[in-house]
Design a protein around this ligand. Structure first.
Ligand SMILES: Cc1ncc(COP(=O)(O)O)c(C=O)c1O
Length: 472
């Protein structure tokens, strides 16, 4: 393998002089249409001589993936152009065989559920404990994982999300120990934590902690284009060749060189400049925290004793106890200050920071938050309802094969759901196909709709109706 200066440099050197009698059909003719130039078509190629093949890499792409493995400390790393979604699907299908049992934290992203359905897996759901600041059920402990595995000794794998959307980090090292001691492998959805482990006040990530597979979205927090992700294999418990085959199933056979260059360049940037970049990012966050330290009503999330760790890049702002909800705070920031947040829940919003943030961005946000806070009033609000673990009538893949009918949600209690129900973001299902709809379901949907959170379901029947399995 030859050492190159990176994929993007290679593309820039090669493309101007070569005659492309191959795909893509725009032929790098950026004069054809203005959009082609804006989209970077001048360096958009397919797998041609000298440019390696993502799915059988031994050249410039392999070199980039090795660099990524070295940087994070993994055994082997894979570039992924289908986001963490593709990485999760591939990882689950590589680790489990059809019908296998596993322990799955119930706050996992819907990609995990889709993977389980494809594998006809038998999940034992671990319902995380409540984190009270954000009112999200996201605390997963090693003890809870160990107990679940003791109850279900045939479970081959454990899947958790760390950090969560809100930035809550689990004790991955202890969870990995608990899983390994019982013969299970640990997959960590670290979609929100590609920036962890580089110091500067950002906690360590799951690769260092000893997880077996770690899936990271580069695009969520680092300077890389949307859809770019990396899957790391750590240690010897997972067959990385099998994972490579599985990734090829869930990714296009024509992976974008723009996206792969983005991953490669991002990894190089971190390798060369991480100290300076992380120091600046952390400084900007600290300035935001100082500027907002005197809020009277809104509150900004910090690590609590209940959390193992917290990612300071997430600015989770609570509206609890004020006269506005998360959706209203999001609206005010958008309409008056042109600030678009990542998401709004009933009683909090998430302002995501990323390495690309400037001091100005965070200053504008801090000023807006302080100004909004000044005009708020106190108001009592009930605690958000806790999700009562639904009873499972059958597995999701069994429900998918059943005959379904639509019913009004007020008449749905006791019926078996034929749909997933979730708010997106964060894409964590409240209900999955095959689960019995509880008495509390209508109220759960109504309380979220009232808070301006629109609930989605697989067949888009909500909020009026939901698809259930026909009675036998
Ligand atoms: C926890 C979590 N995992 C996985 C994903 C999917 O990531 P991607 O958008 O990179 O496919 C998301 C997306 O928001 C997420 O929040």
């Amino acid at each position: 393998m030859t050492k190159s200066e990176g994929l993007l440099k290679k593309l820039n050197d090669y493309c101007p002089g070569a005659v492309p009698m191959h795909m893509p059909g725009h032929k790098r003719n950026v004069k054809l249409a203005p959009y082609l130039e804006q989209l970077g078509a001048a360096v958009d190629i397919t797998e041609i001589n000298g440019f390696d093949d993502l799915h059988d890499a031994d050249g410039v792409i392999a070199e980039g993936m090795e660099r990524a493995a070295r940087l994070w400390g993994a055994e082997r790393s894979f570039f992924c152009v289908n986001g963490s979604t593709g990485g999760i699907l591939a990882s689950v299908l590589a680790v489990l065989d059809d019908g296998d049992e596993l322990v799955c934290a119930r706050n996992c992203h819907k990609a995990v559920y889709n993977a389980l359905e494809l594998r006809r897996a038998k999940p034992h759901f671990l319902f995380p404990e409540r984190e009270t600041f954000s009112g999200t059920d996201c605390i997963v402990t090693a003890q809870a994982v160990g107990e679940m595995l003791d109850k279900h000794p045939s479970a081959k794998a454990v899947i958790i999300t760390s950090p969560t959307y809100e930035g809550v980090i689990s004790d991955v090292a202890a969870i990995a120990d608990a899983a390994h001691a019982r013969g299970a492998v640990l997959i960590v959805d670290e979609a929100h934590g590609a920036h962890l482990g580089f110091g500067w006040g950002f906690p360590d990530g799951a690769v260092k902690a000893g997880a077996d597979i770690v899936v990271q979205s580069l695009h969520k927090t680092l300077p890389s284009l949307t859809q770019t992700a990396i899957v790391h294999v750590c240690g010897e418990r997972v067959d990385s060749d099998k994972l490579a085959c599985s990734l090829a199933v869930f990714e296009t056979s024509s992976p974008s060189y723009l996206l792969m260059s983005s991953i490669d360049s991002c990894v190089r940037l971190l390798e060369e400049n991480s100290d300076k970049l992380f120091a600046a990012w952390k400084r900007n966050i600290s300035l935001f925290k100082e500027e907002t330290s005197d809020l009277k009503h809104l509150r900004i999330m910090e690590k609590t004793d209940k959390m193992f760790g917290f990612d300071p890049s997430k600015l989770v702002i609570s509206t609890r106890g004020t006269n506005i909800n998360g959706r209203e705070l999001m609206r005010r920031l958008r309409e008056k200050y042109a600030i678009e947040l990542e998401m709004a829940a009933s009683e909090h919003v998430i302002a995501m920071t990323g390495m690309g943030d400037t001091e100005d961005n965070l200053q504008v946000l801090a000023t807006a938050i302080c100004e909004i806070d000044r005009y708020l009033e106190n108001s009592d609000a009930p605690e958000p309802p806790v999700l009562i673990p639904p009873e499972r009538a059958c597995f999701s893949w069994e429900a998918a094969a059943g005959e379904r009918e639509s019913v009004d949600i007020y008449a749905a209690a006791g019926r078996v759901s034929a749909e997933y129900v979730w708010a997106y973001p964060p894409g964590i299902p409240l209900l999955i196909p095959g689960e019995v709809i509880g008495e509390d379901f209508e109220q759960l949907i109504e309380s979220r709709e009232q808070a301006g959170i629109s609930m989605k379901s697989t067949f888009s029947a909500l909020p009026q109706k939901i698809y259930v399995l026909k009675k036998p």
